[in-house]
Design a protein around this ligand. Sequence first.
Ligand SMILES: Cc1cc2nc3c(=O)[nH]c(=O)nc-3n(C[C@H](O)[C@H](O)[C@H](O)COP(=O)(O)OP(=O)(O)OC[C@H]3O[C@@H](n4cnc5c(N)ncnc54)[C@H](O)[C@@H]3O)c2cc1C
Length: 450
Amino acid sequence: MNARREISIIGAGLAGGLLATLLAQRGWSVDVFERRPDPRRRGYEGGRSINLALAERGLHALRVAGLTDQVMAQAVMMRGRMVHPFGAEPQLQRYGRDDSEVIWSIHRGRLNLTLLDAAERAGARLHFEQGLGDVDWARRELVLGTPEQGLQRRPFAAVVGADGAGSALRQALAKKLDLGERFEPLGHGYKELEIPPADHGDFRIEPNALHIWPRGGYMCIALPNSERTFTVTLFLPLEGPHPSFATVRDGDSAEAFFREQFADTLPLIPGLRHDFDHHPLGQLGTLRLSRWHDGEHAVLLGDAAHAMVPFHGQGMNCAFEDCLDLAERLTAESIDIPAAFAAFERERMPNAAAIQAMALENYIEMRDRVDDADFLLQRQLERLLAERHPGRFVPRYALVSFQRVPYATAFERGRIQREILIEATRGCERIEQVDLVRVDALVRERIAPL
Ligand SMILES: Cc1cc2nc3c(=O)[nH]c(=O)nc-3n(C[C@H](O)[C@H](O)[C@H](O)COP(=O)(O)OP(=O)(O)OC[C@H]3O[C@@H](n4cnc5c(N)ncnc54)[C@H](O)[C@@H]3O)c2cc1C
């Protein structure tokens, strides 16, 4: 039991900032230890993507923390995918029914600053340049700092690892118990480029969309920023024959490659060579663990527990849902911390596994399927069935992005719905050829109302 309600959080990134806010708002005494300098004084050090898609799960957690107004003031609405097929006109594929079902592009650095300010306002103490080096489990002490700047020990009552995919708390936990850690690299990496505003100061392409240039084994995407720029991300295999980051390896080869495959984007990215040569090559993968907590006083969440590939735009959303789940479990009057950590793991682990699987599937869909005729017909039927069976046939994308049903439920219902769509459109080229009477019967037989 932790009668004093004291908690240490490792990492002041997205999850760490939100969890600190939620727990401090609930009366916990919170200390957050972050490896990097204070971004409010020293500028935000990037590292991961510049912007992110925020959806209902993340928004809900921000709403509970009272932060939506601040965050949404900077957000840009994305109604759907603007698909740019090779050599053809772009087409918008809406994500939802109307503008009540959209996702939002937000700036990672600004969101992080908002969360840090909120955590401090709520009473959390933030300690920067205090990276976790190790944990002395026997004495229940965190070893913080760097060998160069000096290490210090701090006792802890309970500790949460919100220190991202390379989590030091995870490494420390792995010294005392088997976490069943498996990291599956995707084999594809990413590079970020920028579309600046047009000369008259406006966006250069449709702002309210997530742009995709699908090319089969690889793709480019672009998300809008409130300063009227777009962040373009090129995803390619890391190794292998052209095109891969082994053959597209510098500004010159990138420009030639874009001329060949993404010709319409070339005039939009005047700094392509510079960006390519100066921005880091990001790595992607899926982290799976069989345990997130030690049965005592330590637990992992967010990317530290379940890093995923970014193709469903849910890593942060899932991390925020983790934070809210854990904070609510720690709000009970008499708190049994080990029991709360165990219940958190039981609830969240299968859901994290489900969104990890859906994120991997979405890479194939985005880069390879979004401009296929059979895919488009299935999407058309999906929309029709959603109208004919509200509350029963809900597209998987909507379950993940606009609702908060558990990810595992979205995954399972999505599997059944996909089977129906494939079965119903087999041999059809147009929606009029689909036997709707039969499909309606299949929906009623195989899918329960939500
Ligand atoms: C290219 C790309 C695009 C993405 N797009 C989206 C998207 O559109 N939507 C979405 O929801 N998600 C997206 N994600 C996923 C999202 O970025 C992560 O899921 C999210 O950042 C996880 O938050 P976190 O707080 O767990 O980890 P992080 O954001 O990585 O934060 C970890 C923090 O811990 C600190 N830290 C690290 N080590 C230590 C240490 N030893 N001691 C103390 N502090 C430490 C770090 O400095 C950092 O501040 C994307 C990811 C990538 C790579």
